[in-house]
Ligand binder design. Structure first.
Ligand SMILES: C[S@@+](CC[C@H](N)C(=O)[O-])C[C@H]1O[C@@H](n2cnc3c(N)ncnc32)[C@H](O)[C@@H]1O
Length: 241
């Protein structure tokens, strides 16, 4: 019987292909199957952003590409069935002895579909080893692009997927020195209201598409009110900047 393939989660960084690690490149070169997550509306052009980054760093010609579709929805049932279907596809390849590299934007252990897939793949292919290749996170690249230190001395940092309760976000803004707000595009105007009401709009920076040709670093965040923001936008609030 063939040995099981390894299931890799590979972080490809937030956009700049030079930010793939050597390990990520080597794993992608060695994997037989590249699993490519696709969501219904995470990108305007419908292409996988992770794939766009990876193929600039590694020649993927001749690799078996496995497209995995994940709906951008909060509906638990449709998410569950899409993830189960994806896990079954991955497990099928692992059982056939092929190693599968699931590419993910930024880091696979930070708000990535990869971490949801791991237990589901383990359920159906428990013998298959699972390995994770960390990637440069989008917030790490964002603070570097803006040259704003994430934390110094005894400062406290929090990462919030800002799409949730704005009152809770306000409470957290009070308690932490640096606040990283991800997935801000849909709630940006109410986040801006909260920042203005707390006198923190001058301490906030919006970084979108860091590492892409379209990269934007905006310090006057009030100028963004009412506009359409890219999904790949992150707001960093750093008290005292
Ligand atoms: C589902 S999370 C993915 C996080 C990713 N795993 C990471 O390690 O950064 C998507 C959010 O990451 C942030 N993001 C991803 N790529 C980005 C980029 N190139 N520039 C700015 N923010 C980005 C945005 O806040 C976006 O809404």
């Amino acid at each position: 019987m063939k040995a099981f393939g390894t299931f890799y989660g590979v972080g490809v960084g937030p956009g700049d292909p030079e930010l793939l690690t050597l390990k990520a490149i080597n794993v992608l070169k060695g994997a037989q199957v590249i699993a490519v997550p696709r969501s219904s509306d995470s990108s305007s052009d419908g292409l996988s952003q992770a794939l766009r980054i990876a193929e600039k760093a590694v020649d993927l010609k001749g690799k078996e590409m496995m497209e995995l579709l994940f709906p951008m929805t909060k509906d638990r049932e449709s998410l569950k069935s899409a993830r189960k279907e994806a896990a079954a596809k991955v497990a099928g390849a692992l059982k056939a002895g092929k190693s599968v590299a699931f590419i993910t934007l930024g880091d696979p252990m930070l708000y990535s579909t990869f971490s949801y897939l791991v237990p589901l793949v383990r359920e159906v292919a428990p013998e298959a080893p699972v390995k994770v290749v960390p990637g440069i996170t989008s917030y790490g690249a964002a603070v570097s692009a803006a040259v704003v230190p994430l934390a110094e001395s005894d400062e406290k940092v929090i990462i919030i997927p800002a799409a949730y309760d704005i009152d809770e976000v306000k409470g957290l803004l009070k308690s932490f020195d640096t606040v990283v707000l991800m997935k801000v595009n849909r709630i940006f105007d109410s986040l801006l209201d909260a920042l203005v009401s707390m006198g923190l709009d001058g301490s906030a920076i919006l970084v979108s598409r860091v590492g892409w040709p379209e990269e934007k670093i905006v310090t006057d965040i009030k100028s963004l009110r009412g506009g359409k923001l890219d999904y790949f936008s992150t707001v960093i609030v750093k008290k005292g900047i």
